[in-house]
Design a protein around this ligand. Structure first.
Ligand SMILES: Cc1cc2nc3c(=O)[nH]c(=O)nc-3n(C[C@H](O)[C@H](O)[C@H](O)COP(=O)(O)OP(=O)(O)OC[C@H]3O[C@@H](n4cnc5c(N)ncnc54)[C@H](O)[C@@H]3O)c2cc1C
Length: 91
């Protein structure tokens, strides 16, 4: 078996500094891992930095328990409008 000599080693390498990446990084750090986050852009945050900052979880079980009706069709329509740049400037 070949031995590879890496320039640098870490326990957890996270690619991207949006909410997904930084959540992984924080959990990894909390679990005692050495963590490195790589971000290709000049600024951290990705799309997350442009967001409203509150996790949108449509039609979830807690809403159903609270008697809040979140129509799945409207959720899909909203997503399509975002994609078509009618809302939030698109993504
Ligand atoms: C205007 C707007 C408002 C929003 N508001 C809300 C909201 O209120 N609530 C909600 O729940 N959601 C909202 N969203 C959606 C939400 O922001 C995204 O779904 C979420 O931020 C995506 O997170 P992410 O970590 O997957 O991606 P991102 O936040 O986009 O992070 C990905 C990161 O990876 C980096 N990357 C990509 N490729 C590489 C590579 N090869 N090497 C290194 N780095 C790389 C990118 O540069 C970026 O920084 C909104 C979106 C927009 C555009």
């Amino acid at each position: 078996m070949n031995t590879v000599n890496w320039d640098f080693e870490t326990d957890l390498l996270v690619i991207g500094s949006g909410s997904a990446g930084l959540t992984a990084a924080v959990v990894g750090e909390h679990e005692g891992l050495d963590v490195i986050v790589l971000e290709k852009e000049a600024f951290y945050g990705g799309t997350t930095a442009l967001s409203g900052g509150v996790a949108w979880v449509p039609n979830n079980s807690l809403m159903a328990k609270a008697g809040i009706d979140d129509n799945p069709a409207e959720v899909i329509t909203f997503g399509a409008k975002v994609k078509e740049q009618e809302i939030c400037g698109g993504i």
